[in-house]
Write a protein that binds this ligand. Structure first.
Ligand code: SF4
Length: 406
């Protein structure tokens, strides 16, 4: 069960990126960006398909030279998701990308500096009904703005507002905005301030977050903080990694926060302790690999022991707990089948598929009559062997008390 404790979503106007609505109460969407040479049409399309499969609703593709613009004309009609063209420096490439049929443009105000160029692009985009993302980046602010405000949240917001005013001059309102920085506190505060002064939908991201795991943590810290405050309409993880990881991360964050319906397995595992009967990390990895490609919208638990596993993970739809060379499959905390340890991951996958197909009540009704009893016998035997305190908790408390003189 997903429980969303976040603030209500900030009301924003809605834009349409191809078929994907952004803002105005639409589900928060996931974006990622290809890393191929855009001119490599088949390579880029293969990556777009991989990103869409991993959960990206919208994919951005660089349009950095004329060959890329030409390739976009071939890519856009074959793409399973809307395509955003990323434009830096050359406004003519934005016009070319519009010709190629892209569904959105991303303009960096810091490097398309001439207002007349921005307006020329906006007029063309307006004629075609294509939205624009104003993509402000702390690393490429206008010189005068940086000189006035320094690299601050105010500078990022001022840059976005200046660009917005150019677009407004030609009556262009179909805009989403990002104010990214690689510093989490800077980007969080910039988005907060921006949310106060505009109702355009916001695209969240921590730019240049770096490789995982640190990059994942940074990006999550920034994006999740804002989403929990109700700010943000579309998100992108910018990782130094295969972009498929970005799409997975974005999707998983939204699912974890209850902002998107679960479409893939949520694998949880106990941290392992003195009671563990298996190598929990190895089994969790094996189960994750086996379940990854199956779109099963359930929570699955890998638990190190049958003494506490089924109880600790009774909130999961399905789980497996080890004990004495056996795997104890449980549905909502109730043991339904006992299998040899060597077969536990395969049995888990089979049960996961049946659970999704038949429902939990049917799987509980079909439980092996002797499974719960067998689990309880193993549980008692383990308790008898290990005692109540295999983690030596009492000993540690005693030690702490002595150290503290209590
Ligand atoms: Fe895992 Fe069992 Fe230890 Fe809980 S008691 S952490 S289920 S091994």
């Amino acid at each position: 069960m997903d429980v969303l404790t976040a603030a209500p979503r900030r009301p924003t106007r809605r834009i349409l990126v191809g078929t994907v609505p952004v803002g105005g109460g639409a589900p928060v969407s996931v974006q990622s960006m290809t890393t191929t040479k855009t001119a490599d049409v088949n390579g880029t399309l293969a990556q777009i398909y991989a990103l869409a499969g991993a959960g990206a609703d919208i994919v951005r593709v660089t349009c950095n030279d004329p060959e890329a613009a030409v390739a976009l004309a071939q890519i856009v009609p074959r793409s399973p998701v809307p395509i955003v063209a990323d434009i830096h420096y050359q406004y003519r490439l934005a016009l070319a990308a519009l010709d190629a049929g892209v569904h959105c443009l991303r303009l960096n105000p810091g490097n398309i500096r001439k207002p007349e160029h921005v307006k020329a692009v906006a007029e063309e985009a307006k004629a075609r009904g294509v939205p624009i993302r104003i993509g402000v980046n702390a690393g490429s602010l206008d010189d005068d703005i940086a000189a006035t405000y320094g690299i601050t949240p105010q500078a990022l917001v001022a840059s976005a507002q200046r660009e917005l005013s150019y677009l407004a001059e030609v009556g262009f309102q179909d805009v989403k905005i990002s104010v990214k920085a690689s510093s989490v506190p800077l980007m969080v505060e910039a988005y907060r301030q921006l949310a106060e002064v505009t109702d355009h939908p916001l695209h969240l991201g921590v730019t240049e977050a770096g490789p995982p795991p640190a990059g994942l943590i940074k990006a999550t810290a920034g994006i999740a903080t804002l989403l929990a405050e109700g700010i943000g309409d579309t998100i992108r993880y910018s990782l130094t990694a295969d972009p498929v990881e970005e799409a997975h991360a974005g999707r998983q964050l939204l699912e974890a926060m209850g902002l998107r319906q679960r479409k893939s397995v949520d694998l949880i595992a106990c941290p392992s302790c003195g009671r563990a009967e298996i190598d929990v990390i190895a089994v969790a990895k094996e189960a994750q690999a086996a379940l990854a490609e199956r779109n099963l919208p359930i929570q699955v638990a890998i638990m190190g022991c049958v003494v506490n596993g089924p109880g600790e993970a009774r909130g999961a739809d399905l789980g497996i707990a080890a004990g004495r060379g056996k795997g104890h499959l449980f549905v909502r905390g109730q043991v339904v089948r006992v299998v040899p340890e060597s077969e536990m991951v395969a049995a888990l996958v089979e049960e996961a598929e049946r659970l999704v197909a038949e429902g939990a009540d049917a799987r509980l009704a079909a439980a092996d009559a002797s499974a719960a009893e067998e689990a309880e016998r193993t549980r008692q035997a383990l308790l008898a062997d290990q005692g109540d305190d295999p983690n030596a908790v009492a000993q540690r408390i005693e030690l702490i008390r002595k150290e503290l003189g209590g």
